[in-house]
Design a protein around this ligand. Structure first.
Ligand SMILES: *Cc1c(COP(=O)(O)O)cnc(C)c1O
Length: 376
């Protein structure tokens, strides 16, 4: 057991209170009262249009692909430096993925490259706000408007993070969030679909309820419910929603703590960026961060791997992140696009430091000292 694990889920205590209440209520299947309370919370706090809790962000992304009516041969543009679910959701519908490279200054998709990747088959752009740091959404939305494309925000990292003053997940036509245990707010496995385009909202609810209009039936809008469209079982049990509500009770506290951890790492590691040893997260003026994760980028792969070993030897678990999807065993023989040097550089040189709610200042100092120890 590492003295400093990479992640440790934060248990506030409120989760157990709500889960017990859900159990005692006699209704624990999906779309119950705790699901409704979570939906209300997110709508009120962030002004989202339609919100639907899902069993994972992966499921929320699969719903976006169904809602976008992606068909075999359609093209979807997305970064290569992301999690497999971003791509799988569209691969399952037969899409052809067009990967874009990352920015030199942060791992987000280089928005200036998107236009050159658009063809007559392009249907959607999927942005990933890496580390909860926003992509340049005005530029993405302008392009999407001009070419009539859908924009989907993979906001798995991005709860409570903003572009200018707009919450991430509220800007594209749809957004997908994760409540996996490695994310800021969690119920073990969980997620949320946000539908900002009002025209897509009624169908979202049907797909969510296995292709039936049961949600409308429960609201008394129809007198019986039946099979009206495709769908699947995307809704989580109310026990998961109750647990999530316990986390939402403490959202401000959790966010304050996590932003403090991020800012502390950033402040103390700055000399290593100034000396050219490391690249630190870059937050453009239009973005704010949400303390999702803290990464550093070394000059080369050998430094990164040696630094991980150096930290491991001191009981500090540091981990690399995505292998670029265009080089993955599943996709490398299908990939015919351009080289993606920045995505490959982040795959080779990026590492993430221990990051969790209970990490205190003294522990952060220990990690920072260990990083300095490597470079001195
Ligand atoms: C975590 C993550 C996902 C998947 O989230 P799950 O809730 O585990 O399905 C998707 N995209 C990105 C960028 C992620 O980091």
């Amino acid at each position: 057991m590492m003295q400093f694990p990479f992640n440790k889920p934060h248990f506030t205590g409120r989760e157990a209170y709500h889960v017990a209440a859900a159990g005692a209520s006699g209704k624990i299947s999906g779309n119950g009262q705790f699901t409704a309370l979570c939906h209300d919370f997110f709508r009120q706090r962030y002004g989202f249009g339609k919100v639907l809790l899902t069993t994972s962000c992966t499921d929320a992304l699969e719903m976006t692909a169904l809602l976008a009516r992606i068909e075999p041969g359609d093209e979807v543009i997305m970064p290569s430096f992301t999690f497999v679910s971003t791509a799988n959701a569209f691969i399952l519908r037969g899409a052809h993925i067009i990967f874009a490279d990352s920015n030199p200054y942060n791992p987000n998709m280089d928005v200036s490259l998107i236009e050159s990747l658009i063809s007559s088959r392009t249907r959607a752009i999927v942005v990933v706000h890496y580390a909860g740091i926003a992509c340049d959404m005005d530029a993405v939305m302008e392009l999407a408007g001009r070419y009539r494309l859908l924009v989907i925000e993979d906001a798995a990292h991005a709860i409570d993070s903003f572009y200018k003053d707009r919450p991430l997940g509220s800007i594209g036509h749809m957004g997908a969030f994760s409540f996996h245990e490695t994310k800021n707010i969690s119920c073990g496995e969980g997620g949320m679909l946000v539908v900002n385009d009002a025209e897509l909202a009624p169908r979202a609810e049907i797909i969510w309820e296995k292709g039936t209009n049961r949600a409308a039936f429960y609201r008394g809008e129809v007198d019986k419910y039946g099979w009206v469209d495709v769908g699947s079982s995307f809704l989580p049990s109310d026990l998961a929603a109750a647990y999530l509500l316990g986390q939402l009770d403490s959202l401000d506290d959790i966010q304050q703590k996590r932003k403090h951890i991020f800012d502390t790492y950033h402040h103390f590691l700055m000399p290593l960026q100034l000396s050219g040893d490391l690249q630190l997260p870059y937050i453009p003026d239009y973005a704010s961060h949400n303390g999702h994760l803290f990464y550093i980028v070394t000059q080369q792969l050998s430094h990164r791997d040696r630094l991980i070993r150096h930290l491991n030897q001191q009981g500090i678990q540091a981990v690399f992140h995505y292998l670029p999807l265009h080089q993955s065993p599943f996709y490398k023989n299908k990939y015919t696009g351009r080289p993606l040097p920045e995505s490959e550089r982040y795959a080779d040189c990026l590492l993430r430091l221990p990051f969790f709610y209970d990490l205190d200042d003294e522990q952060i100092e220990t990690v920072v000292k260990a990083v300095f120890g490597f470079f001195n």
